[in-house]
Write a protein that binds this ligand. Sequence first.
Ligand code: SF4
Ligand code: SF4
Length: 497
Amino acid sequence: MTTLENLVKEAAVTAAPKAAPAPEPEDDIPLYAPRRKIYPQSVHGTYRRIKWALLIVTLGIYYLLPFVRWDRGPNAPSQAVLIDFPNRRFYFFFIEIWPQEIYYLTGLLILAALGLFLMNAVAGRVWCGYLCPQTVWTDLFFAIERFVEGDRREHMQRDARKWTANTWARKGVKHFLWLMVAWWTGGAWVLYFADAPTLVKELATGEAPFVAYAWIGILTFTTYSLAGHLREQVCLYMCPWPRIQAALTDEYALNVTYRYDRGEPRCSVKKAEQLRAQGAPAGDCVDCLQCVHVCPTGVDIRGGANLGCIQCGLCIDACDAVMTKLGRAPRLIAYDTDLNIKSRMEGKPSVYRLIRMRTLLYAVLIAVVGAVMIYTLATRETEGINVIHDRNPMYVRLSDGSLRNGYTIRIVNKQRQTREFALAVDGLTASSIDYIGVPARSDGRMLIDVGPDQTREVRILVTDRDPKPAQSTRVTFRLTDVATGDTSEARDHFFAP
Ligand code: SF4
Ligand code: SF4
């Protein structure tokens, strides 16, 4: 039997008219519909290939990135991407983020959000369909399921029959493979927080810290549950993005759309021939339900926009295969807009407006935020100074009548060698600095040395001999690297009675 005959036969079974269910009294309508298990059928085509490629790239990056090395010189970790909690650093290739620079992560989050908005403005929930981790891992888990339990029809039939040893064995193998993937996912996660090769050895020999095992356990459990069991339920009930996305989209965004102008009225090939012979309208959709059977969220795209549709394009591939076999033009389902369909029905040309206010605005914002981040990263100082004024007392009057304020200075050295810094205070008429715990050099200079890639805290006392000081004077602390002349400044106040 040919595949097309299979399709038609299956469609006849699935699409056969059923007796209408008796309407339920309003009080008996359940709040939540019971879950219907979805058995997505495998599919081949352009969008499936794109999804495979993205799955390999994204999972490849996730699993292998911790092993990529990046030479930062002596005394620095050589892992390209590392979240170093003990030393409070984040390393991303040539970028090293200190805790004081956490705003870069804020910038990255803003960029990610804008990127998501732009994708949404161009092609709806394309993020959900191709790049969302839930989609990618669920896709992988579906592939394992099909590999072990067979494609849709075989899997459904086996589940419907009395379970045999073979069924149990297949289920066992599937869950074992799922757990292995989930475990490896958790294992890869912890490798981002320590030197990966070392941690792998420690994990294998049982010498890794408890927290590493705990996180692997948590990630194994969440991956196995979300990708193996909850699947489309996450997209339908747990993820806020579909609701937010619906509020952010417009009529020009491309979405996976059933071209009802071409597909309706749907009827079998034979019926369509008869109708056309009589001059009656007949659509291209043969109601084979292939688009529904391949859908990972169980959506019938022919019903119009649907919250459950993650815009993965697999129904396009399925329908294209059917259309090709029937000798009809592909893209009965396509990335399109309802607006275009209406235009075509009115005999007007399609309108694809990629460049419009919304997409321009997002693109400009991405460019601006990106440029600001690159500029600040390229020009950022390699030293830093933070000042905290003593709270109690705010000032002290000395026996000679002068006033003294105390400060705690934190100096940051972001370079990989020890540096010597000189400190000066500007804004007071006649001031001097006393350092606590910092010895004077042989030439009398007061210099503070800070080790490579370290911070140092120093207590200082600033004395002002102005006979008539203001109650509060704005002062600037200037830190200068004596070798390079690089300076950093911080502002605070000098208080008087
Ligand atoms: S309806 Fe089509 S595009 Fe939407 S989730 Fe299902 S298969 Fe993917
Ligand atoms: S839209 Fe395409 S795949 Fe879906 S039922 Fe119609 S012909 Fe079949």
